[in-house]
Every structure is written in C-alpha cells, then in structure tokens.
Ligand binder design. Structure first.
Ligand SMILES: Cc1cc2nc3c(=O)[nH]c(=O)nc-3n(C[C@H](O)[C@H](O)[C@H](O)COP(=O)(O)OP(=O)(O)OC[C@H]3O[C@@H](n4cnc5c(N)ncnc54)[C@H](O)[C@@H]3O)c2cc1C
Length: 383
C-alpha cells in the first residue's frame, strides 16, 4: 500500500534489516502486545537478548559489539519495531540511542568496555535520566546535584518518567555540578539509589516507566562520563533518539492505516463495504498521502544523517511533522473502525494512545515548534 514505493530506494542491506526487524516484530511482539498493553507489562529481560542477537541494540554505533549499521538502516528498524508498538521502539531507542550512545560518545575506554558489549547483547539494560518531576522541557534548570567529596561524587535528586528505570542495570544520570551539567553512570543497587515503576499510565503501557530517587548516592570519580560537559551532552543523545522517532512514527501510522484499509474492505453497511463510500476513501487517501510524505521526510533526514550533514533543526522538523502525521492518521483510522476502533482487538487505539507519549517525550511538539520558529526568524521564544 506504499504508492510512492519509498522502500525501493533502500539498499539490499537496508531491505534485509527491514525484513529482520519486521519478522521479529510480527512473530515475537504482535501476537502478545495487546495483552501486555492491557496488563501494563513488557517482558524486557526476555526480549532484550533476542533483539541483541539480531544486532538491533545500539545498531548505529561501531565497535564494542555494536552492529555499525547506517542511519537509514537504524531508522528502518525503528519503523518496523514501532509498527508493532511504540513501547518496543522506545525500549530500543533508550537502550541504543540514549544510554549506549551516552557511553559511546562521552565515556572513558573502561566505561565503554565495561558496559557496551553487554548492552549490545541485551544482557545489560540501560536507562537515561534527564527529566525531573518539576523540570521537563527546561532541563537546563535541573535540580539534581552532584558534589565532590574527596575524589568521590555524591548525588542527590529525583528523576521522573524514566523509561526502563526500574529494570536497568545502569542509569545514565544527568546532574548539575559546579562545572555545569555532567553525566554519571549509576549501577543498580548502589546505596541510596532507588527506582520504582510508575503505574496507571494510559499510554505506552507496554513499556516500563519509572521514578528514580538519588539520596546521597556516593560514586567513585570514574563514574562520571569524562567527555560530556554541559547540556550539550544529553542533548547530543536526544538528537539521536529523536531521529529514530521520525522513522518509528511512520511505522505506528502505517499499522493504523493498514488496519483501516482492511476493515474498510470487509465491513459492510447499507449493503456495501464502507470502503466503497467516498467519505471513507477520502480518509484512506489522506492517510496514504500523510504517510507517504512522512516516509519521504524520514528517508531524506536519514540520508542527510548518513552524510554527516543533518542539523538539530532538521531532526526537530522530522519529529514534529511525523509524530503529528502519525497521530492524525491514528485518529482517522479509529473513526473508520467505528466502535471496534476503541478495543484492543485492533492495534489502532493502542497506537493512538502511545503516540500521545511520543508527541511529548524527546521534546514536546511545542518545543520543536520553537526550534523551528527560531530557525525561521532568528528569534528565540523559549522564555
Ligand atoms: C512514557 C514517557 C517516557 C519517558 N521517558 C523518558 C526517559 O527515558 N528519560 C527522560 O529523561 N525523560 C523521559 N520522559 C520525559 C519527557 O521527556 C518529558 O515528559 C518531556 O520532556 C516534557 O516534560 P514535562 O512532561 O515535564 O512537560 P512540561 O515541560 O511541564 O510541559 C508541559 C506543557 O508546557 C509546554 N511548554 C513548556 N515550555 C514551553 C515553552 N517555553 N513554550 C511553550 N510551551 C511550553 C510543553 O510543550 C507542554 O505542552 C518520558 C515521558 C513519557 C511520557
């Protein structure tokens, strides 16, 4: 149903990665994900080693057991995983683009050797702790502090909405020091460090989201990521993860669209399939156009990324445009399915609810709008 035949632009290797990720999502996740969503669980310890074996964790990184794939191949994998559920893609993004990228980009040789091979294999899990209960869009004003005590560091603060936080073996925690924001590797079980799962979410239910509390957490000097200084550190990782969302959103939208097309062809009212009515066709044609455009944006930003030319503004463009398109497609698809559209028997409302989180995390739609506004006018409107 891809009228533009965007996938024809992929290389053979990219197509192979697409098929691998698609097959994994179809066989290991899709048959169970509605149930996980309903129960609010995600069997991350079981799935992580399987994703690791397929080379899908930190796949765009090189060395230390990582696959060293191109940006487009990584994006395609995100697309296929998110077609199953945004929770699955969120896990892969946090593990690879946030936690592993922080260590790969900013870590010491010892930190990389200690964590990256096990994280790439899915044997060790990571999380990325930037957001706080009262500091979301403005992480520069974070309250979490790290102070020196001899050669040690002592961390205090609370982090909120942290994906994989309560299952992670290592948390990448961002804290303010006297020299500005720095990143720290906090192994699970460190005294004073607790992580508890956040319940009663109605979005990304097949994903673990946690609150982390750091109460006089004492860390050795070498727990700090030596190469990350200032807010540029976490923002550099977020740009990688946002890139994956540009592709992932297309997958979630595609799943809703496919459900709508199939339903429109089989559901009959007034003696005809509802797909034979012009109003339904208008919805389906509009979804095809939105998803075709989103797919082109993803591929374009992906090729720029591979050429080392992509800018944060282009990533904001893609995240803003594609998540909005996917959410609009999900809402339209929901109407095509009528009452059936509100149940977990079909993937549509699950994707729709998930996309509300995707719209908010990794920079809200408003923040990405302000990024574009500043790029257009040269005037900053954040404050
Ligand atoms: C399921 C889920 C998983 C997450 N996983 C992680 C994770 O792994 N790690 C992590 O660190 N964080 C994570 N987050 C947190 C996420 O990144 C934040 O929720 C996001 O940055 C927004 O922060 P906030 O929720 O505090 O909203 P706020 O910043 O309080 O914003 C509330 C509203 O005000 C708007 N707003 C804020 N500032 C401005 C402005 N200057 N101009 C106009 N409007 C503005 C926002 O756009 C939004 O609409 C996750 C969130 C969710 C929902």
């Amino acid at each position: 149903m891809d009228l533009l035949r965007i996938d024809d632009q992929f290389t053979d290797e990219e197509r192979m990665i697409r098929d691998t990720a698609r097959e994994f999502a179809a066989s290991r996740v899709e048959p169970h994900v509605a149930d996980w969503f309903e129960r609010g669980t995600f069997p991350v310890r079981e799935l992580a080693p399987e994703l690791g074996k397929l080379g899908l964790l930190g796949m765009h990184l090189t060395g230390y057991g990582c696959a060293g794939a191109g940006a487009v191949a990584y994006g395609i994998a995100c697309r296929e995983l998110e077609a199953a559920d945004s929770g699955l893609r969120s896990f892969v993004s946090v593990q690879g683009s946030l936690a592993m990228t922080a260590i790969h980009k900013y870590g010491s040789e010892e930190q990389k050797r200690e964590w990256l091979p096990r994280m790439a294999a899915g044997e060790a899990l990571g999380c990325f702790a930037l957001t706080e209960p009262d500091r979301g869009s403005d992480p520069g004003s974070m309250l979490t502090r790290a102070r020196r005590d001899g050669s040690d560091w002592v961390l205090n603060g609370t982090k909120m909405w942290i994906t994989n936080g309560s299952v992670a073996d290592v948390a990448v925690v961002w804290a303010r020091t006297e020299e500005g924001v720095r990143g720290f590797l906090v192994p699970a079980g460190t005294p004073g460090f607790t992580a508890s799962e956040i319940h009663r979410k109605l979005s990304l239910r097949a994903s673990i989201t946690s609150e982390l509390v750091l109460d006089d957490v004492r860390l050795p000097a070498d727990a700090m990521l030596p190469e990350a200084a200032g807010l540029r550190g976490p923002l550099g990782c977020l740009s990688e993860a946002r890139y994956g969302i540009i592709w992932g959103a297309v997958g979630a939208g595609r799943s809703c669209y496919e459900a709508a097309v199939s339903y429109a062809k089989s559901r009959e009212q007034f003696g005809r399939p509802i797909g034979a009515f012009q109003l339904t066709q208008e919805k389906l044609a509009w979804m095809e156009v939105e998803l075709g455009r989103a797919g082109l944006v993803a591929l374009h930003v992906g090729r720029l990324n591979e050429a080392g030319q992509v800018t944060p503004q282009q990533v904001s463009f893609g995240k803003l445009a594609n998540v909005r398109a996917a959410l609009d497609v999900a809402r339209q698809a929901r109407t095509v399915l009528g009452a059936n559209g509100i149940t977990l028997e079909y993937p549509v409302i699950r994707h729709m609810n998930n996309l509300e989180s995707v719209l908010t995390y990794e920079g809200t739609q408003e923040i990405h709008t302000l990024v574009l506004g500043e790029a257009i006018t040269g005037l900053s409107a954040y404050r």
